[in-house]
Ligand binder design. Structure first.
Ligand SMILES: CC(=O)SCCNC(=O)CCNC(=O)[C@H](O)C(C)(C)COP(=O)(O)OP(=O)(O)OC[C@H]1O[C@@H](n2cnc3c(N)ncnc32)[C@H](O)[C@@H]1OP(=O)(O)O
Ligand SMILES: CC(=O)C(=O)O
Length: 531
């Protein structure tokens, strides 16, 4: 059976740029456009030339190899000809392959926001679409507020859409601009529109204000629309747009969509989806959403022992799709909810091979649960789990013992007369028969302790060369006077490896010291140091 073509239109660089807190530089835009192009997106809307210098510059070159590079902008202003409109001129001057105009399609908006006669708005649509078409561009019209407009005055909303289609628009895109429309309404209204405009010329642009943008996009497709507008990671004005990162796998892996439709995204592109989603977060300097459908770090993670035991027998018992298809991976976590299966899987993952009938597994599970109950979290601290496991299994060398440590903090004036706060730490360790005392200074107590602890480890010193602290996170739980602090430390070395360790104590310095010590011990093990 031949599959019908369904087109994906990405507006990360335009509607996504309307997200609060997002501000793309020219370089960000280049990177993201390249990523979307490689993914196999059909249309990449790069922004709004003429609206700001970055977007105007971005459109001085074509930025995609395969995707149709699209510029966004409004239809001509009331009372002007399209030829005389600077906004339309900026669009036509750009290197875009396609122009996506936006125009009102709700009579109330035309009265209140534009303050022009209804006919003038329709004339603006006709003139603008015709002008861009005459200039040799592929043209489409985003019918702003289409669904609200259709509910208020279906004839006017349809008149706007058909004016664009009759003037040569390749696509007429029905926008749920305020994001309040629900899937059954979208399905009904799109079904009515495609009786007037062929479905393979109809698109949908849902916003996520009721959490239904993805469902609305699917509803529109079921009703006959053949273009979906959305963004990577659901960026976009207010609550965002339809998330293409959720839609792409759903359309490619779930029925009835997978058998009915052909996307521009290949299976290889699909396998690059997790990377693309996280790469966008990297550009935005945001932590990826662990719980994102398909691509989140937790999307295929299981904590529950009962689930883990089944997943080890056959992953399909608790997975709706195979994680590799979207470039993600499975994780069986070690936690309070774990059973032996989680522990065995985690041991295997961190490179410790133990027979499943080994009696020490039961003991390790008990220790992990006791520690987790006390506040340790091994889910995110692989290196501490590895050390704990080897300690309980009885094969972790005792490299050194810390006999004592102290930290002091002083606020004083420096030689320039400026007030500075300095921390000093003293650490006494025993390495075999050798007793070593080191002093370290730092801009804070943890930094000072880190410096002191790593200053002199006797015969082990060469093994920790290049070790450094990369990140430090503190979480205080059980509030009040009995508060407990959990510290997670990410360390790394010159090989590019990184690892996370955890410490827990009512005292933040003590918790940090535990995590620092684990980090050093892990590095010694990793470097092949013997006891
Ligand atoms: C639903 C959406 O997401 S649409 C996209 C929204 N995105 C943006 O607005 C981001 C980029 N926008 C901008 O940088 C600026 O708004 C610009 C450069 C486009 C325009 O700036 P200004 O000329 O200062 O106008 P301003 O933004 O204050 O108001 C918009 C004007 O366009 C008019 N207008 C709005 N939509 C349309 C349209 N489709 N066709 C014709 N005129 C329109 C409004 O009536 C208003 O006119 P007025 O100034 O006579 O009241
Ligand atoms: C065009 C657009 O972004 C909207 O109507 O939501």
């Amino acid at each position: 059976m031949t599959r019908e073509r369904l087109y994906l239109f990405d507006t990360t660089l335009r509607d996504g740029a309307q997200t609060t807190g997002v501000d793309f530089s020219l370089d960000d835009k280049r990177q993201i456009a390249g990523m979307l192009d490689r993914l196999g997106i059909d249309y990449v809307e790069g922004g709004y030339p003429g609206a700001n210098p970055t977007d105007t510059e971005f459109f001085q070159e074509k930025r995609t190899k395969n995707a149709i590079f699209t510029a966004f902008g409004m239809t001509r202003r009331a009372g002007r000809s399209a030829a005389n409109d600077p906004g339309v001129a900026a669009l036509l001057d750009s290197r875009a392959d396609a122009i996506c105009f936006v125009a009102k399609s709700w009579d109330y908006q035309v009265h209140v926001a534009l303050e022009v006669p209804l006919e003038e708005n329709i004339a603006g649509i006709r003139d603008s679409v015709a002008a861009a078409k005459a200039a040799g561009r592929e043209v489409m019209l985003d019918c702003e507020h289409f669904f609200d407009g259709y509910k208020a005055n279906p004839d006017y909303a349809l008149a706007c859409a058909t004016a664009a289609y009759e003037s040569g628009a390749r696509w007429v895109v029905l926008c749920d601009t305020n994001g309040g429309t629900l899937p059954d309404e979208v399905e009904r209204i799109v079904g009515e529109v495609v009786r007037h405009i062929p479905g393979d010329h109809v698109g949908v642009h849902p916003h996520d204000d009721t959490g239904c943008a993805v469902a609305n996009a699917l509803a529109a497709v079921r009703a006959g629309a053949r273009q979906i507008q959305g963004t990577l990671n659901g960026l976009g004005e207010r609550c965002g747009n339809a998330n293409l990162v959720s839609l792409i796998p759903t359309l490619m892996l779930k029925e009835p969509y997978a058998s009915r439709f052909q996307l521009g995204v290949t299976q290889e592109g699909l396998a690059g989806l997790t990377h693309a989603s996280r790469a966008l977060d990297e550009v935005l300097n945001r932590a990826p959403n662990r719980h994102a459908p398909y691509v989140g770090a937790s999307a295929f993670a299981t904590k529950a022992g009962i689930h883990a035991s089944a997943v080890l027998k056959d992953p399909r018992t608790y997975e709706h799709v195979a994680p590799e298809t979207v470039g993600n991976s499975r994780q069986l976590l070690v936690s309070l909810q774990a059973g032996k299966s989680n522990i065995l899987a985690e041991l295997e993952r961190v490179g410790i091979h133990v027979d499943k009938d080994d009696r020490r597994i039961g003991r390790l599970l008990e220790v992990v649960k006791e520690k987790e109950a006390a506040g340790y979290a091994y889910e995110g601290a692989d290196a501490s789990f590895y050390l704990l496991a080897r300690r309980v299994l009885g094969d972790l060398p005792q490299f050194f013992d810390v006999e004592r440590f102290s930290v002091s903090i002083e606020r004083r004036f420096n030689a320039l007369g400026e007030q500075v706060t300095v921390a000093q730490a003293v650490v006494k360790v025993r390495v075999g028969d050798e007793e070593l005392i080191s002093v370290g200074e730092g801009n804070g107590p943890v930094n000072a302790l880190d410096v002191a602890l790593r200053k002199d480890l006797g015969k082990y010193q060469p093994f920790i060369a290049g070790l450094g602290l990369r990140d430090f996170k503190v979480r205080v739980f059980q509030g009040g006077t009995d508060a407990v602090t959990r510290v997670l430390i990410e360390s790394g070395d010159r090989s590019g490896d990184s690892w996370v360790t955890v410490g827990v104590s009512p005292n933040i310095i003590d918790a940090s010291f535990q995590a620092l010590t684990d980090s050093i011990v892990y590095k010694l093990v990793k470097s092949g140091a013997g006891a």
